[in-house]
Design a protein around this ligand. Structure first.
Ligand SMILES: [Zn+2]
Length: 335
């Protein structure tokens, strides 16, 4: 039979090979009712703060058959998990049903877990907290023990300075996940995984930031190529494009920018291209000086316009559909 805890990447099996002078009796895992948490009272980075040293002490000095704990968590020995996070090594010392010595009269019913360190001075680090919580979770899953207690919560041990650390908090520990939202600066927005101008604008719909606002407030940002961690203007984006309330519409806008009715594409030239350039510039899809030549800049601006307004027709070619949209946008645009 194998236990879930055996799959922990930070677990090392040292049931054989550590100092011993006899054999503890195994009463079977069903004998265990309480998971008892200890600390070692040896500072966590010192030489003697690991399972080997505890085994030597328990055998040589105390005269016990072997180390007193089923598990020892070693903060000074780190193991990198498959998720890249560091974990304190967990040394597996005895089968879970073994009656080893760590809480006097309660040994038979108690599973002993020792976190190396002196937590009157030491602090639990993240790698250790992760190992505590992960070991706890798999012990629960494996049905080893029904409840958790610190050494000094066991009958007759209220005098004992063990385990000192807050084991109830520690067993609940959850590491900070990578997709935690970055700190946002006022008036700025830091681009996160999966963001688009559309999703960013949507995040703040109540304040009325639109995709056009964002594009207008961030002329140097290519909405198609947002990078995680990139900071864009957000607070100032509001109304950068959208009309302020009460501001009259500009009915002249569409007349100020007449649009050609022919199809235009890269290589086209003439008055129609010039009109298109003026119109694109007027709605903040900047394409450079209106020189009447349909070059890469015009194509790029047109594509950006299509990405926003005609997302299924992004071809960089100006035709009837693009004309209709551009006309509508010119009409709704202020100024
Ligand atoms: Zn203890």
């Amino acid at each position: 039979m194998s236990y879930s805890f055996e799959k922990l990447p930070q677990l090392v099996d040292k049931r054989e090979g550590m100092r011993e002078r006899g054999e503890y009796i195994d009463y079977g895992v069903a004998s265990k009712k309480v998971r008892v948490w200890h600390h070692s009272l040896t500072e966590k980075y010192l030489g003697g703060s690991d399972a080997e040293a505890f085994a030597a002490y328990h055998v040589n000095t105390n005269g016990w058959p072997g180390i007193g704990y089923q598990f020892v968590i070693e903060p000074k020995n780190l193991v990198k998990g498959p998720d890249g996070k560091m974990r304190a090594r967990i040394v597996w010392c005895h089968n879970p049903g073994v009656k080893s010595y760590h809480v006097g009269n309660s040994n038979k019913m108690s599973l002993g877990i020792c976190v190396a360190g002196d937590y009157r001075k030491d602090k639990l680090d993240e790698a250790t907290l992760l190992s505590i919580s992960e070991l706890h979770a798999v012990l629960v899953k494996d049905g080893i023990g029904d409840t958790d207690k610190s050494h000094n919560e066991m009958p007759g041990y209220s005098w004992k300075d063990c385990c000192v650390f807050d084991y109830e908090e520690a067993i609940k520990f959850k590491p900070v996940t990578k997709d935690k939202k970055p700190e946002q600066l006022p008036g700025k927005y830091t681009v996160q995984e999966g963001d688009t101008f559309w999703s960013i604008a949507g995040n703040d719909g109540a304040q009325g930031v639109t995709v056009n606002d964002l594009i207008a407030a961030n002329p140097n940002v290519n909405p198609r190529k947002l990078k995680v961690g990139q900071v864009i203007n957000f607070g100032k984006a509001q109304n950068a494009y959208t009309k302020k309330p009460g501001q009259p519409k500009n009915p002249q806008a569409s007349y100020k920018y007449p649009l050609p009715s022919d199809v235009l594409k890269q290589g086209s030239k003439g008055i129609g291209v010039k009109q298109l350039q003026n119109a694109l510039n007027a709605v903040y899809f900047k394409c450079g000086t209106a020189d009447g030549f349909f070059g890469p800049k015009v194509r790029d601006a047109l594509r950006r316009f299509q990405m926003v307004y005609l997302p299924y027709e992004v071809d960089g070619v100006y035709g009837p559909n693009t004309r209709r949209k551009l006309q509508a946008v010119l009409k709704s645009k202020a100024g």
